[in-house]
Design a protein around this ligand. Structure first.
Ligand code: BGC
Length: 361
């Protein structure tokens, strides 16, 4: 069967033939891959900047944002049956006894760093026709999410952040009213983050580089969010437009933007960092002023990486909710579907919001 693989040493990205997988344990599930989304991480791997093949292998099969359909289940599988739609989780636990996070099934909090990630780090991904996976790592989706289920994995970023935010909110002695959220970046993660803020009745403002008449800006306005273009408003003027923000959700992967936006964070505000910066260039920032505000205004900054099984389950619930409130906006996040053969080209040429490799119907 076919797969998209990257040969890290030879710097090649191409369609390859790989063996068809079969069930090996009683808890294994055979899944036909329907769709796989492409994100910035895949593009970095496709450009040979990131990604590690499994030990002893020279190639890594790409793809970690996947939607599939169960074809066959092992005799001990209880939670899934043939025909079920599933999203595949990405991280697999390390094996060290000392990592209490992985031992507890929370490999998103792995402390050893020896976790594996399918399609990213030391484990093949899902850009292929069939995969075999332990049922623990598969999350069932309702049939109504068939055409947008590929968004479950990217939505886990905001889903996990929101669960963590709920915990943090408990430090504040009063119930918060009129929560204003600023989302940095109008990529899929930022747009899904804005949808989450709106679904929670927060005020949502998205700040990004696209001009104010861009399709993403229109999409945001259609769900009740405000869009501010960096073309019109400099970052340091952001809070002059309606006041400071209780939450900043950074989804742009640019440290300069993230840290300069802290000037717009309200007293007691929380800034969530979710992007992984590729850039290495140094920049100046007033760290004394930043630290003064963090201390004197009880502010908080935390980082979050996706995601646990529970975040995937939360993401499924959220996506169902979004499909009730603004189904057209959710569908319009998927801007292109291409065949497996065209995936290498797509990985080299970014465009649109979420591009998806459609493997099976
Ligand atoms: C994936 C995460 C992964 C991260 C770093 C992201 O694109 O969605 O699962 O932890 O990259 O490898």
């Amino acid at each position: 069967m076919r797969a998209i693989a990257v040969f890290t040493n030879r710097r090649e990205l191409k369609v390859v033939e790989v063996p068809t997988p079969t069930l090996k344990s009683n808890r294994d599930v055979l899944v036909r891959v329907r769709e796989v989304g492409i994100c910035g991480t895949d593009r970095e791997i496709g450009a040979f900047h990131y990604g590690t093949p499994a030990a002893g292998r020279d190639a890594l099969v790409l793809g970690h944002e996947a939607l599939g359909e169960v074809v066959e289940v092992g005799p001990s599988v209880r939670s899934l049956k043939r025909g079920d739609l599933v999203a595949m989780t990405v991280r697999r636990p390390c094996t060290g006894d000392m990592c209490h996070a992985c031992r507890a099934g929370r490999q998103d909090f792995c402390v050893s760093g020896h976790f594996r990630e399918r399609g990213i780090k030391e484990a093949d991904g899902f850009m292929t026709e069939l995969i075999v996976e332990d049922e623990r790592y598969l999350v069932r989706l309702p049939p109504c999410l068939a055409d947008v289920g590929v968004l479950v994995e990217p939505l886990t970023i905001a889903a996990k952040a929101s669960v963590e935010l709920g915990e943090i909110a408990r430090r504040f002695p009063l119930e918060r009213v009129n929560v204003r959220a600023l989302v940095l970046g109008a990529g899929p993660s930022g747009l899904l983050g804005a949808m989450m803020a709106i679904s929670r009745n927060n005020e949502a403002v998205v700040y990004s580089r696209e001009p104010a008449d861009d399709g993403r800006a229109r999409l945001l306005r259609s769900i009740g969010a405000e869009y501010i273009s960096a073309v019109d408003v400099p970052l340091d003027q952001l809070s002059t437009r309606g006041g400071p923000f209780d939450i900043i959700f950074e989804a742009v992967g640019n440290a300069q933007v993230a840290f300069n936006a802290l000037g717009a964070l309200a007293p007691n505000g929380v800034c969530i960092l979710s992007g992984v910066p590729g850039g290495k260039a140094a920049f100046e920032i007033d760290l004394n002023g930043t630290m003064r505000n963090i201390v004197l205004q009880n502010q908080m900054i935390f980082g979050t990486v996706n995601a646990s099984r529970s975040a995937f389950e939360e993401s499924v619930r959220l996506l169902e909710q979004f499909m009730t409130i603004f189904p057209d906006a959710v569908r319009s996040l998927i801007t292109e579907r291409v065949s497996l053969e065209d995936a290498p080209q797509l990985l080299r040429e970014p465009g649109g919001i979420k591009q998806v490799v459609a493997i099976a119907a």
